[in-house]
Design a protein around this ligand. Structure first.
Ligand code: NAD
Length: 282
């Protein structure tokens, strides 16, 4: 039987509608600062999309574009200014930064209260402690998809393939957190016999960046499969999951495109609203 499609566009639209309605009731306009360094075409496309999304829900965007040869100190000064700017509730530095810039120290320089990407060590620390805070957008979006489709995480076995600080690691923590209550394994590039590990999963998440790495033989009958991968191939955009074969075995699956991607963008808006409310006390 073909799997149910978990439609990220639909869930993202619901999140955006919620944010738009909430923003309309505020007596101020939340602000999102986007910082784009260099000429990477994909980064330009992503930031354009994020700014458009912000405008659509009533969030003002403050855009800063810097040359690829920008010095670390100049970028740090801009971050300091945005941290001090009362009109700015969220600061997003588009990653990856051009070589020569130290992205870790740039992210760590953002005021944690304005860290709408949820990647500041302080916010990642709150996640480890299972305390409220700004969560990274992609894992946050995945949790929201599971919630929207009422997929039970409690007591389920979840396997996350990929251990990046951006997706795999925080997602594993979120799935295992109180309330979600899944039993979580994390697989990665050094995992031996990946198929044996993934075949245990009730919920299988692939966040690797390897086209069609996960095929039907990796997936247990009836599993829920979340495909985070974005891979540009000659055949167009594909995920980490071989959709054709896996959708015959899984009970539900996210497509690429139209699955996790739109959720990442939507959660940035939700985080900006949350940051604005927390900072401004409303
Ligand atoms: P990354 O390169 O930082 O991490 C990849 C992870 O995959 C690593 O932890 C590595 O150990 C693991 N890995 C590599 N080869 C493996 C193998 N053969 N078997 C098992 N594990 C293996 O990447 P990332 O930033 O986490 O992104 C992963 C993918 O998700 C990329 O395709 C990226 O474009 C995509 N992505 C999508 C979104 C979205 O919004 N949809 C957001 C972020 C990242």
């Amino acid at each position: 039987m073909a799997a149910q499609i978990l439609d990220g566009k639909e869930v993202a639209a619901a999140v955006k509608a919620e944010v738009e309605a909430a923003v309309a009731h505020l007596d101020y306009q939340p602000g999102l600062a986007t910082v784009l360094v260099g000429d990477d075409p994909a980064s330009h496309t992503y930031v354009r999309g994020k700014r458009r999304d912000a405008g659509e829900v009533g969030i003002r965007s403050h855009h800063h574009e810097l040359a690829a040869d920008t010095r670390q100190g100049d970028l740090e000064s801009l971050i300091d200014d945005l941290n001090d700017d009362d009109q700015v509730d969220g600061v997003l530095v588009q990653l990856p930064l051009p070589s020569g810039l130290d992205s870790e120290s740039i992210v760590a320089r953002i005021d944690p209260a304005k860290d709408v990407d949820g990647l500041h060590p302080y916010n990642l620390g709150l996640l480890v402690l299972d305390r409220p805070g700004l969560r990274p957008c992609t894992p946050g979006g995945i949790m929201r998809i599971l919630d929207h489709y009422q997929i039970t995480t409690r007591g389920s076995r979840a396997v996350v393939v990929g251990r990046s600080f951006l997706v795999g690691r925080p997602l594993a923590l979120m799935l295992a957190s109180r309330g979600a209550d899944a039993t979580v394994s994390v697989a990665h590039s050094r995992t031996t016999d990946l198929a044996a590990v993934t075949a245990e999963a009730d919920i299988l998440v692939a966040a690797v960046g390897s086209p069609s790495l996960i095929s039907a033989q990796h997936v247990r009958e009836g599993a829920v499969v979340i495909d985070v991968g974005i891979n540009r191939t000659d055949d167009g955009l594909v995920g980490d999951v071989d959709f054709e074969s896996v959708s015959q075995v899984a009970s539900a699956i996210t497509p690429v495109p139209g699955g996790v991607g739109p959720m990442t963008r939507a959660m940035l808006l939700a985080n900006t609203l949350a940051a604005a409310r927390a900072r401004r006390g409303s």
